[in-house]
Design a binder for this molecule. Sequence first.
Ligand SMILES: C[C@@]1(CC(=O)O)c2cc3[nH]c(cc4nc(cc5[nH]c(cc(n2)[C@H]1CCC(=O)O)[C@@](C)(CC(=O)O)[C@@H]5CCC(=O)O)C(CC(=O)O)=C4CCC(=O)O)c(CCC(=O)O)c3CC(=O)O
Ligand SMILES: NC(=O)C1=CN([C@@H]2O[C@H](COP(=O)(O)OP(=O)(O)OC[C@H]3O[C@@H](n4cnc5c(N)ncnc54)[C@H](O)[C@@H]3O)[C@@H](O)[C@H]2O)C=CC1
Length: 210
Amino acid sequence: MSLFPLFLKLTARPCLVVGAGAIAEGKIAALLESEATVTVVAPQADPRVEEWAASGEITLLRREYQTSDVEGMFLVVAGTNVPPVNRAVYAAATERGILCNAVDDPPYCDFYFPSIVRRGELQIAISTAGESPAFAQQLRKELNEQLPKDLGPWLMELGRLRREVTAVEPLGEPRKMLLHQLAKREVCGAQDCPTRMIAREHMASIKRVS
Ligand SMILES: C[C@@]1(CC(=O)O)c2cc3[nH]c(cc4nc(cc5[nH]c(cc(n2)[C@H]1CCC(=O)O)[C@@](C)(CC(=O)O)[C@@H]5CCC(=O)O)C(CC(=O)O)=C4CCC(=O)O)c(CCC(=O)O)c3CC(=O)O
Ligand SMILES: NC(=O)C1=CN([C@@H]2O[C@H](COP(=O)(O)OP(=O)(O)OC[C@H]3O[C@@H](n4cnc5c(N)ncnc54)[C@H](O)[C@@H]3O)[C@@H](O)[C@H]2O)C=CC1
């Protein structure tokens, strides 16, 4: 199987989660993290899901799923403990061209959830295409141990510098080389960091010329 990897922008996109137990809860948390507009339908909801509903972070429909729930959705996750329900959700979504994941039921998934290592805006998503979710999880833990803890703030600063550079330096080889230089991670303070000094000098020389 050859899966296509991508990172979706879900901000304000309507997403449906069917089920509100332990498994659904993790999916809802991930969708909220991506700023999706989340509707959950389930007769029984775990406490954390009830909290999200009470604080207005999600819309919770306290009843059994019905086919029309998928109407207008961008993405659907079927995470009940009743496989035939999950499969019916998948069928309804598919009929309407909506992507769906029936949790832990690969033939009824248009996409799989990856294992994620995260540092701020940096995300490393691991997929084994369902060959071994346990291995995906173990690799996540290994990478998490190895990656520096402060990569998130460092990347934010790098992004800010990159925007400064791209605002003044036109597209081309010198700009590319400078950005590669900046992206080399040095263990040093922000002010005396050689890559930042290079950037500062370069920006100053651009200003002197113009
Ligand atoms: C295909 C996929 C579809 C999907 O659900 O998206 C799927 C399917 C199945 N998982 C099963 C079992 C387990 N899943 C986990 C854990 C995770 N499973 C996740 C994703 C995926 N799981 C998708 C493929 C991902 C990939 O391989 O790249 C992760 C990465 C993300 C997430 O779930 O959000 C998350 C780790 C997150 C993390 O910690 O980083 C563990 C580990 C544990 O629980 O300790 C076990 C037990 C050990 C084992 O089985 O390996 C079973 C058998 C169920 C049964 O026994 O009946 C099936 C069904 C089947 O294989 O047929
Ligand atoms: N909990 C776990 O650690 C694992 C669970 N799974 C599988 O994931 C699935 C879900 O597990 P849990 O979240 O633990 O189950 P759960 O029992 O905690 O929650 C099930 C949820 O589905 C809802 N539901 C049931 N019928 C429904 C319907 N007709 N319409 C809408 N909602 C409905 C319930 O109200 C409840 O909110 C199960 O198939 C389980 O086998 C797989 C691996 C691990």
